[in-house]
Ligand binder design. Sequence first.
Ligand code: NAI
Length: 483
Amino acid sequence: MKIAVAKGDGIGPEIMEAVLKIFEANKVPIEYQFVDMGKWVFDKGFSNGMTPEAKHSIEEMGLLFKGPMETPKGKGVKSVNVTARKTWNTYANKRVFQTLHGVDTVFSKAGIPIDITVVRENIEDTYGGIEHMPTHDVALSRRFITRPGSLQVIKYAFEMAKKKGTRRITCGHKANIMKLTDGLFLDCFYEVAKEYPELKADDVIVDDLCMKLVTRPDQFDVMVLTNLQGDIVSDLCAGLVGGLGFAPSANIGDHISIFEAVHGTAPDIAGKNIANPTALLLSGIAMLRHLGLMENAAIIENSLLYTLESGVHTGDFGDKSIPPVNTTQFAETIINNFGKTPEHGARPLLPNMPVTPTHFHLDENPMLVSKEMSEEKIVGVDMFIESSEQPEVIAKKCQRHAGVKFNLVSISNRGTQVWPTGSIYTNLVNEYNVRFESIDTYPLNQQDVIGLYVSLSGDFKICSSELLNMWGDKKAYSLAQGQ
Ligand code: NAI
């Protein structure tokens, strides 16, 4: 079995060396191909942060074990971490947060056990990084939530929850505000839930979820969330079990998977050999299980748990009255503790059942064709225009362009309706959304919309436009606040 390994930047090489030393001492039957990724690869001029050879090796092997990587600031380059997850469609980010004895937290002291798995959608949402500034004062981000993308990650979460023997799976969302995007994710959640009647599926609005997590974390088991909310909630969960030093992460795709720690390169402690390698080690243990190396995983994890229980710690956690060990000493202690059984949460020694990653080439894209068949029609258009005039003035100008096919129905500013009704207390910025609908919901075609676009452009700079679609009798667009 051969896997690709990228040591990463900052503390990456130190913690990776510690983990590989533990694997080597345990005779883990894996060969490593070291690949070039990270800051220094950006600095060499590779704009995606990896060499073509690294990309080729990872695609050949189907598995990447990586240290944290830095994204150079202010050079217009995108994060290599995000690029890797997106390029190889590792659509599910699984992060496990468990009480570790020896890592004191308010919950461990109160005797409240935590065992939470967060599955975060890993490709979509605002992480497309598709952003524009339509005016000097306004920046916009596009947020993608798609049906096939949501179904893919939610199915993974349910399947994983079933295998884990979970009783509860919770969808975190903000569908009360983002009715179409988070609403779609939530609909997909309950669609998949029907296939798993044995699991208790429920949903919690994400702000309420955060409050409940910090008051009663023991009530949660598996959670599935969209990308940004999942990112925030999983860091919150890391805090519940002792911080980022204990948070492993698996980016799972159908063909390529990436295992890494949740934390970053910790530049403040890099090169000092004092970083905590636990999160990367836990990620590595999850990778061993992914590869079917159950026995190696159990021996190493039991030894880690025993080491933590015995009070051995790096400087970022643990009993301050016991002097900390450095990264190398921490790894050596784990090696010396192979074969010992922790008092709490000992993992059973199952036999190894090695699984070789599949080699795969995508011949067709199964997510490309929509299975939704309802009748579609265009019933209007939102024109986003730049203007520093008052809504009444804009409305008068727009009405002149509406012609015989369109009605000007509303004008909104930052999502709040300001015409035909509104409040003088609503603050305005210099980008408005003027909404035109077809007269008597008469179906429109794109030429009608282009005609309006050309006419309106005589008076305004049109920054962008969005068609107003109907799927059957369902509006595929949101209303402005107050519309
Ligand atoms: P960070 O996670 O690197 O550091 C936050 C704090 O936690 C620091 O005080 C650090 O010393 C501490 N810390 C983190 N890991 C630790 C460990 N293993 N042992 C002991 N202490 C640890 O987050 P920050 O400072 O926001 O990011 C630094 C860089 O890392 C940035 O360039 C960022 O883009 C990158 N990053 C990379 C990630 C990845 O490769 N997956 C994830 C997050 C950030």
